[in-house]
Design a protein around this ligand. Structure first.
Ligand SMILES: NC(=O)c1ccc[n+]([C@@H]2O[C@H](COP(=O)([O-])OP(=O)(O)OC[C@H]3O[C@@H](n4cnc5c(N)ncnc54)[C@H](O)[C@@H]3O)[C@@H](O)[C@H]2O)c1
Length: 425
């Protein structure tokens, strides 16, 4: 039987050509360029990388050189106004993978130009920025979504399934840690690390996991951190951060979650990153370790420096498939493919039902910007508490959705709070 397959073409613009581009966007784009992505509702989605924007263009040219015929031809734009140049192209969606304090401008420009947007985590650093983006996405009738690949990790999907099925009942406490190597703070991010912290960069993965898996209302945020390796001991650049979130559930009961992060773990650590979670329930306990999933491999002269002893083959691994071809696959790439399917679904089909399809895709709370409110609130509060700490006022607490405002910061010994955000989180 010979049946024609439907084909939809999507043109992509990439803003930011750094580490995460190499890790996940590159395999996503090359695989989709060569083979397309399939969705039973629409057929084959062909993806074309049309244009890229970055600060200097050096990594874009290095990528062009190394990719060869693995990708089609694309234009490269550099600062100033690299995004302006990119947006002159006929594009369907834009991926934003610049440092997190530069997401906002790129997302606003892309939405204003009428493009769908996928932005790296954390989407933005304040509730005010989130409000602007949410409103613009609604006005322009475009998708704006955030990359949360940990929600696609099979272990986290299983956790959520057990919670959804009421097998694990009422979470009481949680502990998560994610420790990055020194090379991240010392080399990879040297250009933009000043004034930054590892909490915003990585705790956000677990903030979203907790928010998405357990639901509930965020009620308070506190945190502390350590300095002295990446920057001065009394400065505003942080080596490690410990964040605590309190949530309240419909039952009136509370849960507390501690998230510890760092980007100064020794580079000869056996894995790329150290990641573990523990959640305690009324009737059970969940312990997960993303690095110790079973494989340890030692290679003389390579491990643990240019090759790691323990590896996460579920996130993003390179393989020789049983059929002989080489592949790069995992949930870090799957999450990008899923967004491409969502854009294709909105844009294929008749005009009359487009709004219904858009609404359906915007209702997906795992990645839609409208479902990012409590996550951004936690990031906003953490940034404000660390800023106060760097000014010499440690141990502040931010209360969420009080009579005085959506985010209110309290200093120890002062009952008068200062409002960080006056809307409702
Ligand atoms: N999903 C994940 O697990 C994961 C992992 C790493 C990074 N990230 C996120 O990806 C984003 C980028 O991180 P990275 O590690 O790739 O950073 P990076 O420093 O390696 O790369 C940043 C890129 O952005 C470009 N850039 C900087 N300012 C720009 C501007 N004004 N206009 C256009 N381009 C600009 C730089 O030229 C560079 O190509 C961050 O938001 C980070 O949180 C996500």
């Amino acid at each position: 039987m010979n049946q024609a397959v439907n084909r939809t073409k999507l043109r992509v613009g990439m803003v930011g050509m750094g580490m995460i581009f190499d890790e996940t966007y590159r395999p996503f784009l090359e695989n989709a360029y060569q083979h397309g992505i399939y969705d039973s509702r629409i057929g084959v989605i062909d993806i074309e990388l049309a244009a890229v924007a970055s600060r200097t263009g050096r990594r874009a040219e290095a990528y062009r050189e190394s990719a060869g015929d693995q990708i089609g031809s694309f234009e490269s734009y550099t600062e100033p106004d690299s995004i302006g140049g990119l947006l002159d192209h006929d594009l369907d969606f834009i991926c934003v993978a610049t440092p997190d304090d530069r997401h906002y401008e790129a997302v606003i420009a892309a939405l204003n130009a009428g493009k769908h947007v996928l932005v790296e985590k954390p989407s933005v650093l304040s509730m005010q920025q989130l409000d602007d983006i949410e409103a613009l996405a609604r006005e322009k009738q475009r998708l704006c979504k955030v990359v949360y690949h940990k929600l696609f990790d099979p272990d986290h999907k299983k956790l959520r399934t057990l919670v959804a099925d009421d097998v694990l009942q009422h979470v009481n406490t949680g502990y998560c840690s994610l420790l990055e190597p020194k090379q991240i703070s010392g080399a990879q991010f040297a250009e933009w690390i000043q004034g930054r912290n590892p909490g915003t960069y990585v705790a956000v993965h677990y903030i979203k996991l907790i928010d998405f898996t357990f639901g509930g209302c965020l009620t308070s945020v506190s945190c502390t951190g350590q300095r002295g390796l990446v920057g001065a001991p009394d400065g505003n650049t942080w080596d490690s951060v410990q964040l605590r979130l309190i949530y309240q559930y419909d039952s009136g009961r509370e849960a507390a979650f501690d998230i510890h992060t760092s980007w100064v773990t020794p580079d000869n650590f056996p894995g790329y990153v150290e990641q573990e979670v523990q959640f305690r329930f009324d009737n059970g306990l969940w312990n997960g370790h993303s690095r110790k999933r079973g494989v340890e491999c030692t290679v003389e002269g390579h491990t643990p420096m240019d090759m790691k002893i323990s590896m996460n083959n579920h996130y993003n691994g390179t393989f020789v498939e049983p059929s002989g071809n080489r592949s790069q696959r995992g949930y870090g790439i799957e999450v990008l493919e899923q967004f491409a399917r969502e854009v294709a679904l909105v844009e294929s089909g008749d005009d009359e039902s487009r709004l219904a399809r858009l609404t359906q895709m915007q209702a997906l709370s795992y990645n839609d910007i409208s479902a990012d409110r409590q996550t951004v609130a936690a990031v906003h509060a953490m940034e404000a508490i660390l800023e106060k700490h760097a000014q010499g006022k440690s141990d502040c607490v931010v209360k969420v959705n009080t009579d005085d405002g959506g985010l209110v910061l309290y200093e120890p010994g002062n009952s008068e709070g200062s409002v960080l955000y006056d809307g409702t989180v």
